[in-house]
Design a protein. Sequence first.
Length: 328
Amino acid sequence: MSVIQGQMAGETALSTLGWLPASTRQVESFKEWKDFVRDNFPWLEFRNRASGQFDAEIYSQQVGCFGLSMIRTSAGEVKRTRHLAEMTDSGSIKIMWQLSGGLMVEQDDRSCSLSPGQATVCDSARPYRIQMSDQSKFAVLMLPHDYCAGWEHISESICATTLYKGASMRSVLGTLMALTAADRDKGEEDIGAVLDAIQLMVTKLLYRSAEQTGLQAYNDPRLNKARDHIIRNLSDSSFGPDDLASAMCMSRRSLYMLFEEIDTTPVKLIRELRLETAVRALLDSREKNRKITDIAFDSGFGEYATFTRLFKTRYGKTPREFREDSSK
């Protein structure tokens, strides 16, 4: 039984301490790689981008509810399309650490390129694409969604971004490697304690990374839900408090009372999130030739003059000045 098959079949309670033997496999052709991908990573498309003979090496281990793989591969690509994502019953949190070579991950209209020592995350329940450079070596940690409390509130903000490079990131990978090398005959109580510690470190890493993108996690889950609904509807310039209240199954008065907990109003949060979306686009070098008017409209501003006025009030510069200064 492979690590991923075990992980997908074992998305059960976190207290399950099944420990499958580690396995290492040498792959010497692209056909063999395709067979391996089909057996272990279902619902993916893949391409061979190797200039010569394709080869790979895969180490896999499952401990408890998570699966850890170490992969070295020739240049290639794996992709989960929207159609394939809809065919699967559930998804997983997929954290990737780059050890050598390069890796590029795309999801939710974002992409990041990893250098050795960096990490990113994606959600296998949604479409994504991963491109590996020749002789790329990386670690992959697969986890069920409920491993990180509140994952649904931060997922779309941090997938395909470079994770916070702090002690928690180094600790997670280091502890995982130590655990896979540990004596499996030791008592389950010790293993359970380590798994609990890893869960805390993973959650801290993901939330710290979310904060790095400007996403704030609120104590009241209703506020997280409201914020996420706003983000999903930002491009709709007509979206406002009444639409949000309806989506939340709340009266307008109750919605405004809820927002008093964070000392703001629905109108102000909607405006702030739209401005933050525009700022990220203006800072993105891949969008340097994109018209600022298009950025404004895609961020949910119905009038360019209103966008410019609000932007200058918030950041002290016009959008054009902001873009020019950031590119220097």
